[in-house]
Ligand binder design. Sequence first.
Ligand code: GLU
Length: 444
Amino acid sequence: MKCDPSTYKNYLNKYHPHSREFHQAVAEVFQDVWELFEENRVYQNAQIMERLMEPDRIISFRVTWEDDSGKIHINRAFRVQYSNVLGAYKGGLRFHSGVNESILKFLGFEQCYKNALTGLPMGGAKGGSDFNPKEFSDREVMRFCQAFMTELYKYVGPDIDVPAGDMNVGTREIGYLYGQYLRITDRWEGVLTGKSPGFGGSCGRSEATGHGVVYFLKEALNAHDNGLSDKSVLVSGSGNVALYAAEKCIEEGAKVLTLSDSEGTLYFKSGLNLEQLEEIMQSKFVERKRLSECGQGEFFSEKKPWDIKDAHIALPCATQNEVNIEDAKSMISNKIIAIAEGANMPLTHEAQDAVLSKPIIYAPGKAANAGGVAVSGLERSQNATLESWSKEKVDDKLRTIMKEIHTRSIEHVEKEKGILPYRKGANIYGFKRLADTLLAYGIH
Ligand code: GLU
């Protein structure tokens, strides 16, 4: 393979045209590893770039289900089994009207690097459907999940592919999916993670991604002789990741100024407190309300959190590309000192470039939000040994894993203008592990 970035761009244009998000995720990683690749003839001769750009397989299937009025619906669904060289396929399922093949390829690609950083034996995958549970009744969601699993069960298994939740797939959806798997196969086994602790789930899985983001953030601030207590934090999103990240920030003595959803931003002038947060969790997770209906804080319609002044830290925890160049410029002019990504790829390419050109700590999702999949890994261990660990034990392990992910993210880099380049470090670490394993397997 000729050592020239246009080679991989041509490959993507030829084999993955119109996959905008996938191109974006690949370009980001390859930008950071290019120097290493250029110096390494063995990687070049082994066509490592092309092998890492092409998912192992993409399973696409139709989900047919009936709503409460008897109307039949058809949704498209996918499972992108990206790479299993580091372990059985592992990664979430996303149910959202915007789900398409490009988004799941980008998420599957990211998942390979993220899972490599956890140090646990897990490959990368992602799946989902353009079904939005928010638009349907509980019984309809159940029927959709049953129809979805009736197709998916053929391709998953505890040593093959172990899905979990992602956007709009929480404990309820995992319960319906697992129930259907059990009904079809009669095998009570760890085929899904994110289950309720009542039937094989791990304590602390729901909290893990959000808490893990804050554990990583603390490590990063510490590495720059700074700390989290008394800092003001902008959080976007109001799902699992956002709410548990907010919770941990408050517990660590920081002031959380915002939460958000697709309709706007909820602002807390003097900081959200734990009682208010508990009410919001009840409204969101149990009553399934919008943020504007939670009766807390001050709601600003159609506003994002990023131009709010006097904040030190930004935690984008909503979705991909939620932070555009204008948002990034607001953060820069408002003197944000650190950004840690709870969502996967929440900054556009231009926004990342703008942030990286400034002395801002930037913790990419594949490192900062890896706590979720790490605790999924712990759930697999518990299922395999028929154990059930305490919340304290899981939290202890999560803290250790986030510390180790921080160490791995800086193993191959040094401070540049006083700031550790986490994105580059995380990408190099993941790339090296994947590439060296592919070499060890021969022509695989
Ligand atoms: N969807 C989560 C992620 O983005 C978790 C995946 C898992 O637990 O398998 O990492």
